[in-house]
Design a protein around this ligand. Sequence first.
Ligand SMILES: O=P(O)(O)OC[C@H]1O[C@H](OP(=O)(O)OP(=O)(O)O)[C@H](O)[C@@H]1O
Ligand SMILES: NC(=O)CC[C@H](N)C(=O)O
Ligand SMILES: [Mg+2]
Length: 473
Amino acid sequence: MWGKDKLREECGVFGVFAPGQDVARLTYYALYALQHRGQESAGIAVADGRQVILHKGMGLVPEVFREEHLRSLRGLAAIGHVRYSTTGASHPVNAQPLVFYCSQGMMGLAHNGNLSNAQFLRQKLLATGAIFQTTTDSELIVNLVARFLEDEDFPAALRCAMAYLEGAYSLVILSEKRLYAVRDPYGFRPLCLGRLPEGWAVASESCALDAIGALFVRDIKPGEILEIGPEGVVSHAGPAAPRFAHCVFEYIYFARPDSVLDGFTVGQVRRELGRQLAREFRPPADVVVPVPDSGVAAAHGYAEEAGLPLEEGLMKNRYVGRTFIQPSQELRSLGVRLKLNPVREVVAGKRVILVDDSLVRGTTSAKIVRMLREAGAAAVYYCLSSPPVIRPCYFGIDISDEAELIAARLSREEIREKIGADGLYYLSLEGLLRPFGEMARHLCTACFTGDYPFPVTGCRKTLTPRRPHLLEV
Ligand SMILES: O=P(O)(O)OC[C@H]1O[C@H](OP(=O)(O)OP(=O)(O)O)[C@H](O)[C@@H]1O
Ligand SMILES: NC(=O)CC[C@H](N)C(=O)O
Ligand SMILES: [Mg+2]
């Protein structure tokens, strides 16, 4: 999990309001727990009542922060971010939090998600005289909020800005004296609230609250704006959407198995998806082998349901880091062998059921099947605890180009042949939704179905802005 070896991630955000506490260190630990969500850059901004101080850089959390940085970041509240770029290059200038001056003083913002109307907003804002220092969609949010702050208070300015934003955004925002947390009206990305003995915390995933000893209080509601200050937590209603659209891929792949998102423990969902998969497909086999890391929980569920032994037939080197993601193909393949290696004794002469969480571009699966055959497996069946990914995501999963999605181009049989497996089995959509019960209708499954929560055009607004003249040229 550690190291910049993941194929797709999300960003992680965290915020804490705890005067008198070491807020920077709490944020550091929380970001450490959220490292799986983004490994390109990390940053912490601290508010001390008069200003917002920032330290950020490219790399993993412990690479960006040393003791002297944490010591210099003193204050009453802090926000933090780990980034996996979705809009705007992976470059120091795009690292978050973004800190800026506006009519109400200094402010900091960190964003998880992706705006589906970013291009439209950028053009409009540029045409009305805006200038930008980054190429992220997150700076568009900063710009809008700052404009509305000229004559609105904070919650009202956030509400006004939200009316212009289309897509996914879980935000933590710092003013000089307060912390705000915002979840988009569809609730695409997770965000939860926790209680410290003397303060409050908000985080992308509950595992970050656990890491700092905060008690999970609740998920932040889609469309909700939380204001956190000395008097406690105040909830403000933001704009509402016609439905919720929690990203189902958070459960399948992104989030940590020990996190609880919108009422469901990720690891338990994955285990249940594995069981569903075994109910749907059971090719003749001797052993179940998980594809680490994200396939592990589903493989446990599969083995339990199928009554087959589960064995670690693929070992993952947890320390493969950025050094191994090299530009040349030769070095990239070396990186894969360093990352995953088959255990000959487990697979030789056996019919193996490999369980992974998803197959997107088909790069991992083809290499793993080849490895297992070289290690002497008698048959390799590739089983996936999610349906084929056939449509791009505009809300934060890095699968924006349909041409890269193998299942959008090839049939199941063609993919099976291409990856060299004896069988290829995908969980059905019904099987994917079953563990969620009632919650299933609140999930976004667009990457599997093409059924987007709203028609994405990249140039429209779904919600009625309160001050439509703002963006008129
Ligand atoms: O079809 P592909 O494009 O190869 O993508 C699919 C693979 O990518 C992810 O693993 P990743 O190595 O990113 O992370 P993990 O260690 O958490 O499983 C996912 O778990 C699949 O194994
Ligand atoms: N993965 C994310 O949530 C990224 C946030 C933002 N869209 C960026 O690219 O910086
Ligand atoms: Mg994987």
